[in-house]
Design a protein around this ligand. Structure first.
Ligand code: AMP
Ligand code: MG
Length: 419
């Protein structure tokens, strides 16, 4: 009896004759096709965290708005100092933040001044209180400071009229501080991108619902809705539909009314039960991409009533990865924030692996205490728990590669995906 044929080395490589779109090609082509779709609205600065600036912002005020003291200490005119040991009589009063000093400090005299106080006329230099002694109303110290010490000049940080933030900026907490400091009370931002989320599959039930043994809970929708929220966009929950092209179409039509972009999950391949693909086919704009990515692969893209639809894979691990890799940069562009891809770092692997050629792979990963990157114990795409275990993704390029412990691999912390 003959032995069965040996498996060939490339038995898992991709079927010939099918064009497997490389990830970078898919990204480049998405980037080329999309642009901002949301309108502009004014938002009070205090409520604008996470919003996308629609126009550049210019300072309405200098920062600091007046020369002020950087320390608690004593101020005087530098020109009135001599060499060696100094002795300056103290002027009456003090300068403190919020209560400007009335009048001018005469040459040869020093004034008590506190942090943040507007520097009075007659003072250009301030000495830290720890560096002086006061005896009988006379300030004594050793010469050795520079002219202008401990004074923060007016407009030193930002000059009035200067551009402080650019259009496309997703406003960070510290940006709100900057905007407040330079007197900007309202900003023009893009309206939040509304993102419809729709799950498909006859097997799905919602958490909280009764469930039969042959059914599963919809894991993708809560995940996608929360991703969208964290990306500063507005989720529009379109619920879950059965595998029925007509029902799917109805829901897409509703989604296109209520959202600027729609993410669906499940039914995106070209199989019998892939009703998202079937429904999108009706739009005449379906692009079914077989992307050379693991996990992931099918990605259905189409326009429905003028709204872009992303058909993500149903498998939650694949839905998560493709949402991060493809949907996020595209939606950032649609939202006005501009295309943004994650920046990776090279870290030594705490694992070994033989990577087959053909597809780009994303492994659920995290950095360990030694700064090495570990991967989840299983690459099984059904292992949702690995997503929770992970703190980032390792990216392995299309080529085959033998990875030994200690070899450098590219790691993207989830923070690079806005999480
Ligand atoms: P599909 O892409 O529809 O063929 O689904 C691929 C796999 O993902 C199947 O095992 C589905 O049961 C599962 N799946 C699809 N949608 C979801 C979902 N929303 N939550 C959890 N699993 C899902
Ligand atoms: Mg399905």
């Amino acid at each position: 009896m003959r032995n069965p044929p040996k498996l060939s080395n490339d038995c898992f490589s991709l079927p010939p004759g099918v064009h497997w779109t490389p990830v970078d090609e898919a990204l480049a082509s998405l980037r080329e096709r999309v642009s901002v779709v949301t309108g502009i609205e004014p938002v009070p600065t205090a409520a604008a965290g996470g919003r996308v600036l629609a126009v550049d912002v210019v300072a309405k005020r200098n920062s600091p708005p007046y020369a002020n003291s950087a320390v608690d200490g004593y101020g005087f005119a530098f020109a009135s100092l001599g060499q060696g040991e100094q002795a300056l009589p103290l002027a009456i009063g003090r300068a403190a933040a919020g209560g400007p000093f009335d009048g001018a400090v005469p040459a040869g005299k020093a004034l008590r001044i506190l942090t943040g106080a507007m520097v009075p006329t007659g003072i250009d230099t301030i000495l830290l209180e720890e560096d002086v002694v006061i005896e009988d109303g006379i300030l004594k110290f050793e010469m050795g400071l520079k002219a202008g010490a401990n004074v923060r000049p007016k407009g030193e940080d930002v000059a009035v009229g200067e551009r402080v933030l650019s259009s496309g900026r997703i406003l960070q907490p510290q940006d709100l501080a900057l905007l407040a400091a330079v007197g900007v009370d309202t900003v023009r931002t893009y309206k939040r991108l509304r993102v419809g989320v729709l799950s498909t599959g006859d097997e799905l039930r919602q958490i909280g619902e009764d469930i039969a043994p042959h059914q599963i809970y919809d894991a993708n929708r809560p995940m996608l809705v929360d991703l969208i929220r964290r990306w500063g966009m507005e989720p529009v929950d379109l619920g879950h539909v059965r595998d029925d092209a007509d029902v799917v179409k109805k829901m897409l039509t509703r989604g296109a009314r209520e959202a600027d972009v729609i993410l669906t999950s499940g039914g995106a391949s070209a199989g019998d039960e892939d009703h998202i693909s079937a429904a999108l086919q009706a739009s005449g704009t379906l692009n079914l991409w077989r992307i050379a990515i693991k996990p992931g692969r099918p990605l259905a893209l189409a326009m429905w009533d003028g709204v872009p639809v992303f058909g993500l894979p149903g498998n939650p691990v694949a839905a998560f990865v493709t949402a991060l890799i493809f949907a996020r940069p595209t939606m950032l562009e649609l939202s006005g924030a501009g295309w943004a891809e994650p920046r990776g770092i090279h870290l030594p692997a705490a694992f070994s692996k033989i990577k087959k050629p053909g597809r780009r792979e994303y492994l659920r990963a995290k950095m360990n205490a030694d700064g090495r990157v570990e991967v989840f114990k299983s690459e099984g795409s059904g292992r949702i728990s690995g997503l929770s275990w992970a703190e980032g993704l390792v990216e392995l390029q299309n080529e085959g590669r033998e990875i030994a412990e200690g070899d450098l691999v590219r790691y993207y912390p989830f923070s690079e995906f806005g999480l």
